[in-house]
Write a protein that binds this ligand. Sequence first.
Ligand code: BGC
Length: 831
Amino acid sequence: MTDLSTDIDTDSVVAGLVSSLTLEQKVRLLTGASFWTLHSEPQIGLDTIVVSDGPAGVRGQLWDERDSSANLPSPTALAASWDVDRVYALGQLIAAEARRKGVGVALGPTVNIQRSPRGGRHFEAYSEDPWLSGVVGTAFVRGVQSCGVGATPKHFVANDSETDRMTVNVNVDERTLREVYLAPFERMVTEGGAWLVMSSYNSVNGVTMTENELLRSPLKDEWGFDGVVVSDWMGVRDTVAAGVSAQDVAMPGPDGVWGDALVEAVRAGQVSETDIDEKVLRILRLAGRLGALDGVEAATPLAEPWPAERIDALLREAAADGMVLVKNDAAGASPVLPLGTDPGTVAVIGQHARIARSQGGGSATVFPDHVVTPLDGLEEAFGAERVSFAPGVRASESLLPVDATVATDPATGESGVHVRFLGADGGVVLDEHRGSGRLTWLGDPVLADTAVVEATTTFTAPEDGEYAVGFAGLGLFRFEVDGELKSDGLFFPDGTDPFMAFLNPPKQSFPITLAAGQTVALRLEHRPQQQLGLAAVMFTLGYEEPFGSADDELERAVSLAAASDVAVVVVGTTEQLESEGFDRDGLRLPDGQDELVRRVVAANPRTVVVVNSGGPVILPWLDDAPAVLLTWFPGQEMGHALADVLTGAVEPGGRIPTTWAATEDDVPVWQVEPVDGQLYYDEKLNVGYREWMRRQAAGGPAPAIPFGHGLGYTSWEFGEPSVEGGGAGGVGLEVSVPVTNVGDRAGKQVVQVYLSRVSDSDIERPVLWLAGYAVVRAEAGESAVATVAIEPRSLQHWSVDDHAWLTEGGTYAVRVGSSVAELSEAVEFTV
Ligand code: BGC
């Protein structure tokens, strides 16, 4: 991997440049030039730097279909693969996508901890385990930055749920903060060499993060972070307090609380010019690394765009390798999976099979140029003539944006939508043809002269039925169907997070009966106002498909399952349910999908249940379902990857990175709503499986899916683990275990190593904690020795008294296995 250490020469060049700028010039650089750019400064050869979200792909400066992006599997899927080499390669893909779009900085990875399964952005983070989160995140950072693009671990720190995220104060003790929440960031800085870090909206222990001392120490002083701390969007709220803090850049721009006010604060002696210089120096250092500063060579070679086939091949492989096979019982002589390529007739059931949920919602959203749905993928694999589909239930209440399949631009006759920007005098400022009814403009200059945005289309019904047409958006709208006014008003829901209202706006829809081929003219008019203090417009012109009576559709799906040789039922959540700015109300699958699964499972003993969600859901039918596969949000190659796994062309490679509960009542941390603005991390170090193990030891419930669990298509035998080394402080400690693939096909095993303390310890510890793992791939009959180096840090605890990492002497135990629930006898060693 590339050496990412700071170049001393660059630093001296950069220091000279800083001193050549006036105070006004310097302060100007500290706020974005626009929603997604940092200012250029021609005088010193500084180019504009473009930043873009993020973890699931690189959206670029537009928020729509015009500038499509490769859609990666959700970070939950990446962590589930436990495969850091592939995560590194995916980071390189992010860099290639970024460079293709003129982007220098990727706003990811998200490495907040999955403290509660209700966390809205759970799908966007890696794991409940700090060590795994850090290791996977570091591979991503290194991959991105090896190709001339900056990575931005976010959101620093303790932004682990979404409710009131702008104002919540997280109360967390120092040791827990260090060992659980800061730990992933520490690794991404010290080992990954991250060029940026994004500060979060929330407060920690009383101080909002853009002003928090944690930015200085440990981030900059102790860990040696020499990059840029960029704020989360609109996170800088106080000119002086953020000015004197180690916060470097306020986003977005061009407005904000710095600018002239910060210049004045410096003149008034409230903020020192040295503080400003340090921030500017960091920005110029970043620019140097990116190749955006004249005379300074980029730190790493800039990525070239990848050909589509290379992107799809990597995404297909990554999606399959993140899929977790939870169970795979026998149906007759052999397990249900794999099905092979000739399983007879296949009933594909569930709306998620046809409307692919490749990604979650919120700022991580990208617009892929294609998504292979499960239905497409399975038809391709098994032959369309053997695959039949039934939706079973209506799986989502949200509008489908009109697209090429149903919409015609009335002005051009092409598929899609016509958009006009009208000035106050009614004159057309700009008009354009668009491919989709999902429309967004953030900080677009055209909005300055726009009084009305108008979207029109001719909707053509693909089949006979009861449709609904309508829109979803925030603000003032007027909607007409065939010239008849249907809606005119201000739509603004209650909600504490403005982003939430903006990204998940209310829907207005109107029923209409249409015959196949019948057309209807839709016209939506929106009057933009300043939203969130920004020039931002986001709305959807959309429709709802006909759906027969709920009972009939359910019966039709069950009969189809019963009449087929195999049933594949695809259920899940949506990007509206797993998104940003709010947490999930509950973990049940919506819209009667549990009932659908129960009925299909009862109708066909060869049923595979495919769960397409970004984070945990409750699986009340788990005991009865013969085979259950979790796909997460698997990205644009979803259908191909699913087909590869179901046919057995590849093994499902995933091991669960966050415990899934059997019932909502069992979930260790349910409450994510602050009380009087406060959230207390009272469980301390016992996050996730650590708390499950503690409770189980005391007779508490077992989870539905334990941490680390996942099956492949072969079987394994583990030998006796041995421990070697372990000098003072655990230096050189190595755990080895022989493993043999005793099945009849090649496979992957994730050999996990957990530590615990044996004798009485003065230090409170989790029951056990993950300390390392090895991914082993072996042919049928082949043996291998999995060797896992244990870092000294894995034995250490953060001492609040000494303000340092300490190793407690005494006896420790190593357990090795394929999940926290499948572990070897303990092997003890003494430090
Ligand atoms: C999110 C960030 C994101 C930013 C820019 C914020 O609302 O929290 O993760 O990078 O918006 O889209």
